[in-house]
Design a protein around this ligand. Structure first.
Ligand code: SAH
Length: 391
């Protein structure tokens, strides 16, 4: 195995179990590793530190073990088993009313570079590192061995793998081949289109926030802005909303939302969906809604886009504050990792102040427990939300 020695002092982050090594921390590499190889990390005095996946780029090594051990089939099975045990403890796996959950959340499950979402008897797997791409078949086999009832593993890494790697990027089934893509979340059914949809096909990370919304929906007129597959809309319908409007700029998202509403509620005239740009739609909604959800895509994917992103959040939220009915409730989110909780809150505060409305925070929301945050890798916290009462 190829040995990488760090510069003096650069071992400290590993002593604090942070799983990334940046290129600037490396003193020397004994040999020429290929991207995706497992490498050994040593401090400048020659002490063993960790094993990780090597990759060309600013994060050069992603640690997969702080113990010096064999990285083989048994290793992957152990890690996946641990992740599965947690989802059983959370009552997400093997639950008759819920078969949708994130099984592997990268660093949060001590498997940097790997994402696996479960939809009924199918798993959708994404590699964000070349190392995980290399072991995709072993991982797929471990998944069907461990996850009860799992039959298919779809691999979807065409857009998530680093572009520098000279590997064939591919999407396709590693195991099985599913034609049934109806999954269930908290008793609500929905189609997941992992072949063409965004991410793994569904935003699993909003499950608990959608449940909370259901409790507020009764007799309200709901606007679900950035609805994608309509997740928040079906919870609002089940929560006895008077009216639910789902809006997304993508025609495909609107079609999927309509299909999902029909799957759960048949032809229910309380729901309508519109394919329109958010800012255009929000130009004039005065007094129409008393429950608004704003769940936009990440406005900042990189640190240099931060300023514009914060301005985007401020403008978007200002539109809602200005027009929501008195006594209205706003669910507002940011999934940009580079926007901190404080920065998001400030953007929302300044939008509220601009509208001169009296606003109270009812809940502060985050990602659910199947998207755990490794305590040594605080960067893993990305989803932030506020539930606000607007007088
Ligand atoms: N709330 C959703 C996830 C939202 S993902 C859920 O619970 O599943 C973000 C969505 O915003 C995507 O579907 C994307 O098509 C949509 N979108 C992006 N830019 C938009 C814009 N300017 N106006 C309206 N929708 C937009």
């Amino acid at each position: 195995m190829i040995k990488i020695t760090l510069k003096p002092g650069k071992e400290e982050t590993l002593h604090r179990f942070h799983p990334w090594i940046f290129s600037g921390a490396i003193q020397s590499i004994a040999g020429k590793p290929n991207e995706g190889d497992v490498v050994e990390l040593y401090d400048s005095k020659g002490n063993f530190l960790a094993l990780g996946h090597y990759q060309i780029g600013s994060i050069t090594v992603r640690v997969i073990s702080f113990e010096n051990r064999q990285i083989n089939r048994t290793f992957w099975e152990e890690r996946i088993q641990q992740a599965y045990q947690l989802r059983l403890a959370l009552n997400l796996a093997e639950n008759p009313t819920n078969n949708t959950y994130r099984l592997i959340h990268g660093e949060g499950d001590t498997l940097p570079g790997l994402i696996v979402d479960i939809y009924n008897d199918s798993a959708v797997m994404q590699a964000h590192s070349v190392g995980m791409h290399m072991v995709r078949k072993e991982i797929a086999e471990a998944l069907v061995k461990i996850v009860k009832g799992l039959k298919n593993v779809y691999y979807k890494s065409e857009t998530t793998l680093p572009f520098k790697a000279p590997i064939e990027k591919e999407n396709g089934y590693l195991i099985g081949n599913s034609s049934d893509s109806i999954a269930m979340e908290n008793g609500l059914r929905f189609y997941v289109d992992w072949l063409h949809g965004q991410k793994t096909g569904f935003f699993v990370d909003q499950r608990e926030n959608r449940s909370l919304l259901e409790k507020y929906a009764k007799n309200r007129s709901v606007l679900n802005m950035f609805c994608y597959t309509g997740g928040f809309s079906f919870y609002a319908m089940r929560g006895n909303a008077n009216l639910v409007h789902s809006v997304d700029s993508s025609n495909k998202a609107i079609e999927l939302t309509e299909k999902n509403i029909a799957l759960n509620f048949g032809n229910d005239s309380r729901h309508s969906a519109f394919a329109v740009d958010a800012f255009k739609y929000l130009e004039n909604i005065e007094n129409k809604y008393d429950l608004i959800i704003l769940d936009p895509p990440a406005f900042a994917k990189h640190r240099d886009a931060l300023r514009n992103a914060l301005q985007g959040y401020r403008k978007l939220n200002a539109k809602a504050f200005e027009q929501i009915k008195p006594g209205g409730i706003l669910f507002t989110f940011s999934c940009s990792q580079v926007v901190s909780r404080e920065q998001f809150r400030l953007a929302v505060f300044s939008a509220a102040a601009q509208s001169k409305r009296v606003v109270r925070i009812l809940h502060q929301l985050t990602q659910p427990a199947d998207h755990p945050i490794n305590i040594y890798h605080p960067e893993g916290e990305y989803l932030k939300g506020l539930v606000l009462y607007v007088e």
